[in-house]
Design a protein around this ligand. Structure first.
Ligand SMILES: [Zn+2]
Ligand SMILES: [Zn+2]
Length: 108
């Protein structure tokens, strides 16, 4: 077994290795090694072991983006609903006013 003090971290060339990853056999510093089920693994092997979280988070982000998109649509819908309501209310009020002035009940 090679002496750890002469080994450098696989990620940090200036740092001394404190442990060797049993999975890939590379040396890592205290910061790069992670404990997983009583085993000291490097971050890359831990990622491989627990599955691809990048894919999961990407799917979650897509869902989040879809949620934001739907929320944006909803906000736009509500805004357009109220604007349309105001726009529809204005001419109808005007129309009713003219009807009132020229109504059959106002004529002699
Ligand atoms: Zn490893
Ligand atoms: Zn390191």
């Amino acid at each position: 077994m090679p002496d750890l003090t002469h080994q450098r971290c696989h990620n940090h060339m200036l740092r001394e290795a404190v442990a060797r990853c049993p999975q890939c056999g590379r040396f890592f510093c205290r910061e790069c090694i992670t404990e997983h089920e009583d085993k000291a693994l490097c971050a890359a092997c831990l990622r491989k072991l627990v599955g691809p979280p990048a894919k999961k988070s990407a799917g979650y982000q897509k869902l989040l983006q879809l949620g934001h998109f739907m929320l944006g649509i909803l906000i736009l819908y509500v805004i357009f609903y109220y604007v349309a309501g105001i726009l529809l209310a204005l001419p109808s009020d005007f129309h009713e006013g003219t009807l009132w002035q020229a109504g059959w009940w106002t004529r002699p």
